[in-house]
Design a protein around this ligand. Structure first.
Ligand SMILES: [Zn+2]
Length: 108
């Protein structure tokens, strides 16, 4: 299990950033996919923007982009405002359920 998954199980969203070229490495890995440098795991601010969204019944789903690179799908909690493409979301919970990642985001 990777550091990414260990932290995700605790509900923390950490991302690998290359120590050499400072690029965010995604999918998560211990080594940079560009320069093969070692990565530093840092906590993400968890703020992303909506790329796509859909609604099934009363539940919204969305695809959001974080750190200008990481694309994550999950359920979207909507309170007063309606989701729109480009609007900001905050990553709330992240869980590992077997081999599936389960993300919940809130519209901010
Ligand atoms: Zn690198």
């Amino acid at each position: 299990m990777s550091i990414f998954e260990v932290e995700l199980k605790k509900g923390k969203f950490v991302i690998p950033e290359c120590l050499t070229c400072k690029d965010v490495v995604w999918p998560p890995s211990d080594y940079c996919s560009l320069c093969f440098g070692k990565v530093n795991w840092r906590k993400s601010d968890g703020i992303g923007k909506i790329l796509e969204y859909s609604k099934k019944g009363n539940i919204f789903f969305c695809l959001a982009e974080f750190e200008k690179k990481i694309r994550i799908m999950g359920t979207l909690q909507v309170y007063s405002n309606q989701p729109e493409i480009g609007k900001k979301v905050k990553l709330d919970t992240c869980k590992v359920d077997g081999r599936n990642y389960n993300f919940t985001m809130t519209l901010v």
